[in-house]
Write a new protein. Structure first.
Length: 156
C-alpha cells in the first residue's frame, strides 16, 4: 500500500495547487473548517459537465426527469392564465430530503411571473410557476428556462 503524497508527517492532508493554481480532488472532501474563495469573479460552484438540461413536454404540469446536481429546465410553452399557477415534479436522483434547491430564471420573463420550489423529498422536488397578474391581466406565454442548483444539506 503506497503513501498519500498529500499527507504530511502529522497525518493531515494538504492540497497542493498545480502550476495554473488548479487541482482536482477525487472522492469526498470533508473539513471541520470552511471552504472559501477569495476570487472576485470565480466563487465556488460546479464544473462544466456537472449539469444537464431537460425540456418539459405536453403541459406546464408535466413532470421532468433530470439527474444532475445542477442544470436548466425549459418549461412547456402553454399559456398560464392571470392569477393561475402550475406545479410540476422534478425527479432527480441527486436530491435528498434536507437539500436546498436554488432556482432562478435564465432569461427575462413576463412581468409578474415567479417560480418557487414548493416541496423537496428524496429523489424529487416540486416547482410552481405562478402568474401574478391580476384577473383581467395578461396570460403568461412562452417557455421559461429555469436554472437550478442543489446545495447538499443535512437536518442534524
Amino acid at each position: 500500500m503506497g503513501t498519500n503524497p498529500n499527507t504530511n508527517a502529522a497525518g493531515t492532508n494538504t492540497i497542493d495547487y498545480g502550476a495554473d493554481e488548479t487541482t482536482s480532488i477525487r472522492g469526498p472532501l470533508s473539513t471541520t473548517s470552511s471552504v472559501l474563495s477569495s476570487s472576485s469573479s470565480l466563487g465556488i460552484g460546479y464544473k462544466t459537465g456537472a449539469g444537464s438540461t431537460v425540456t418539459q413536454i405536453t403541459s406546464r404540469a408535466t413532470g421532468v426527469t433530470i439527474n444532475s446536481i445542477c442544470g436548466q429546465i425549459t418549461t412547456d410553452n402553454s399559456s398560464l392564465a392571470a392569477e393561475a399557477s402550475a406545479k410540476f415534479t422534478v425527479t432527480n436522483s441527486s436530491v435528498a430530503e434536507a437539500d436546498v434547491i436554488v432556482i432562478s430564471f435564465r432569461d427575462a420573463v413576463a412581468l409578474n411571473t415567479d417560480v418557487v420550489v414548493t416541496d423537496t423529498a428524496a429523489g424529487t422536488f416540486e416547482i410552481t410557476v405562478i402568474n401574478n397578474n391580476v384577473a383581467a391581466g395578461t396570460a403568461e406565454t412562452g417557455a421559461i428556462v429555469i436554472n437550478y442548483a442543489i446545495i447538499k444539506a443535512v437536518a442534524a
